[in-house]
Design a protein around this ligand. Structure first.
Ligand SMILES: Nc1ncnc2c1ncn2[C@@H]1O[C@H](COP(=O)(O)OP(=O)(O)O)[C@@H](O)[C@H]1O
Ligand SMILES: [Mg+2]
Length: 228
């Protein structure tokens, strides 16, 4: 379970300007939930995911993951949470251009200490197979399509067996059939028990969530149903 209590975040700009991006966000996500967030570019969606993914410390407020306040976690606990508990599909995929598909999928295994094992190589191939990438394992990211790259990013996010999946605009720049394919993958993962937080511009995907929020003035509010 993820809880956010009065989370605020400001960035300091050169010249001393303060840009407040999140201004009191409260959110509870239960185990197995499917929650979506929509909102304009620059609305703080990526900032929010980075905070939930323990990649960014909020300026103030509390983030609690499975009962444990992130603020009180040791570096070791933080690394464990980031690497094993949470899978992150970054905006724009963020694959390493010099690593093959299989190596990109395995990357979180190599980065996490003490989680090595042959089981992961088998799991990487199983995930690749599931997402239709088996014949692309030795290709570099620039040699595969955008939709395939997104599927590599999903496989990479799943390789360490997380219970929470954070997806930051995973269908951006994809045509509707490819976007639907990615949506179907994510929703089936959720049906298998994975907690899913989906940031998306696509209302057809967002409205499939049990709860849908939009960012507004640094806060989260239930999304306008009239858009759906
Ligand atoms: N590291 C940073 N330093 C300064 N400003 C940032 C930084 N990251 C994001 N911002 C600004 O914060 C705002 C929210 O960004 P972001 O969280 O990426 O929004 P979204 O994902 O909804 O487009 C934007 O105006 C962006 O320019
Ligand atoms: Mg973003």
């Amino acid at each position: 379970m993820i809880q956010l209590k009065d989370v605020r975040h400001s960035y300091q700009r050169p010249g001393g300007e303060t840009l407040t991006v999140l201004d009191g966000v409260d959110l509870t996500i239960e185990k197995g939930d499917l929650v979506s967030i929509v909102g304009p570019s620059g609305g703080g969606k990526t900032t929010l995911l980075n905070i939930i993914g323990c990649l960014l410390r909020p300026t103030s407020g509390e983030v609690i993951i499975d009962g444990k306040p992130v603020q009180s976690m040791t570096e070791k606990e933080l690394a464990h949470t980031r690497n094993l508990k949470i899978g992150f599909i970054f905006q724009g995929s963020h694959l390493i251009p010099t690593l093959t598909v299989l190596e990109n999928i395995m990357l979180p295994v190599w980065l996490g200490k003490g989680v090595q094992g042959r089981g992961h190589a088998v799991r990487a191939r199983e995930l690749a197979e599931r997402f239709g990438l088996s014949d692309r394992l030795n290709h570099l990211p620039h040699e595969i399509s955008l939709g395939q790259r997104r599927r590599v990013a999903i496989a990479r996010a799943l390789i360490n067996g997380p219970t929470i999946l954070l997806a930051d605009e995973p269908t951006n720049d994809l045509d509707p059939p490819r976007a639907k394919q990615i949506g179907d993958i994510l929703f089936s993962l959720n049906q298998e028990g994975l907690t899913l937080l989906l940031v998306t511009h696509r209302w057809d995907l967002a409205k499939q969530a049990k709860r849908c929020y939009e960012t507004k003035d640094g806060k989260l509010q239930p999304a306008e149903l009239s858009h759906l």
